[in-house]
Design a protein around this ligand. Structure first.
Ligand code: HMG
Ligand code: MG
Length: 313
């Protein structure tokens, strides 16, 4: 029996899990920002189109950051101009500052995300700002975006460990998250930027947010898979009541400003688990895996996703 002939997991529901999960697909942004080569605009547009065809409804499309800082996404304007926008799909973009917001608004964007750091060192390395200065940079962005009627997400990076500072105090993460919510972000995405978290940490951090009166309905999780923990951490978050999960088609991803960051949780690996648990997600797994195999070919290396390899190998 080949792996492909298995096709789908056996469905067995488990207790204490949501009936459906909203997948926040970050492949075109987090995935492609970390590639050694720069993917051309036409390929990015086909990627986004195929992800929408596969049933994904939130596609983080690109970042309006400084083009020198992330040359892989310097074509943000061209990507937005060429995008065949679908009514039923949301296309959020990252914006660090007002200049980024101006560019995003000019490109007709309706949903933005600011991205904060829970640690001093990563704030400096990723944003060229201290921990406190990052809030001063985000405040007018969030205020103006809200006034324009845009959706605004707030990322918190280095929630579970930092390559320069080591362990990260959950109280520091909650404090950064609270400031983003108080500013006007409607959802927080908790990032394990370097993929070091384990499930007990996830439980502890989510309990910290609950104690600060931030319920799981306002939280998303964003796990990188460096140490192979992303899926177990995701399951833990689902058991704690979170039902928005960030993932990346084919397991692409990483952050050019975080040493040792590798790919995000692969969307296919997530979908396989959700299918097995009988949790609705709206994604056509075969179409998605075919898209990731196609992208892997363009990038010249196999997808790191186990499920993509099993289904398309
Ligand atoms: P800076 O050098 O401090 O910028 O960079 P500045 O404010 O001093 O401005 C300097 C010049 O850059 C000015 O031009 C600005 O106009 C221009 P000048 O007046 O000298 O001619 N400029 C811009 N140009 C275009 N677009 C802009 C922009 N901003 C300023 N948006 C900055 C500060 C924040 C811009 C820089 O640090 C930056 O772009 N950082 C982005 C880093 C990044 O994208 N990292 C990856 C995303 S985060 C991530 O992946 C983690 C996540 O996945 C979650 C997780 O995994 O944990 C989200
Ligand atoms: Mg990330």
């Amino acid at each position: 029996m080949t792996a492909r002939s298995v096709g789908l997991p056996t469905v067995t529901a488990a207790a204490d899990l949501p009936a459906s999960v909203q997948i926040w697909e970050v492949g075109a942004r987090d995935g492609l920002q970390n590639e050694a080569s720069i993917v051309d605009v036409a390929t990015k547009l086909e990627f986004l189109d195929r992800l929408a065809d596969a049933g994904l409804r939130i596609l983080e499309a690109t970042s309006f950051v400084h083009p020198r800082w992330v040359p892989q996404l310097a074509d943000a304007e061209q990507v937005l101009a060429g995008l065949r926008r679908r009514q039923d799909v949301t296309y959020p973009v990252l914006v660090p500052n007002e200049r980024g917001l101006d560019r995003a608004l000019a490109a007709g964007v309706r949903h933005v995300a600011v991205f904060a750091s829970a640690t001093e060192t990563f704030a400096t390395r990723n944003l060229n700002r201290t921990l406190d200065e990052q809030f001063a940079m985000f405040e007018p962005v969030v205020g103006r975006a809200r006034a324009e009627g845009l959706g605004v997400r707030g990322y918190v990076s280095m929630c579970f460990g930092d390559p320069w500072e080591g362990a990260v105090d959950p109280a520091a993460v909650v404090s950064v998250g609270r400031q983003l919510l108080d500013m006007g972000c409607s959802q927080l995405s908790l990032g394990d930027t370097i993929g070091v978290a384990t499930p007990g940490q996830v439980e502890t951090l989510l309990a910290g947010f609950t104690a600060a009166e931030v319920g799981p309905d306002r939280l998303a999780v964003h796990f990188h898979d460096t140490y192979g923990q992303a899926l177990s951490n995701t399951l833990t978050a689902l058991r704690c009541g979170v039902n928005t999960v960030d993932s990346s088609a084919g397991g692409l991803g990483g952050c050019p400003y975080a040493e040792s960051a590798t790919g995000n949780l692969a969307t296919e690996d997530l979908v396989w688990m959700l299918d097995g648990l009988g949790i609705a997600h709206g994604v056509d797994l075969d179409a998605l895996a075919a898209t990731s195999a196609w992208m892997a070919e363009r990038l010249g290396r196999p997808s790191p996703s186990r499920v993509v390899r099993a289904l398309t190998g």
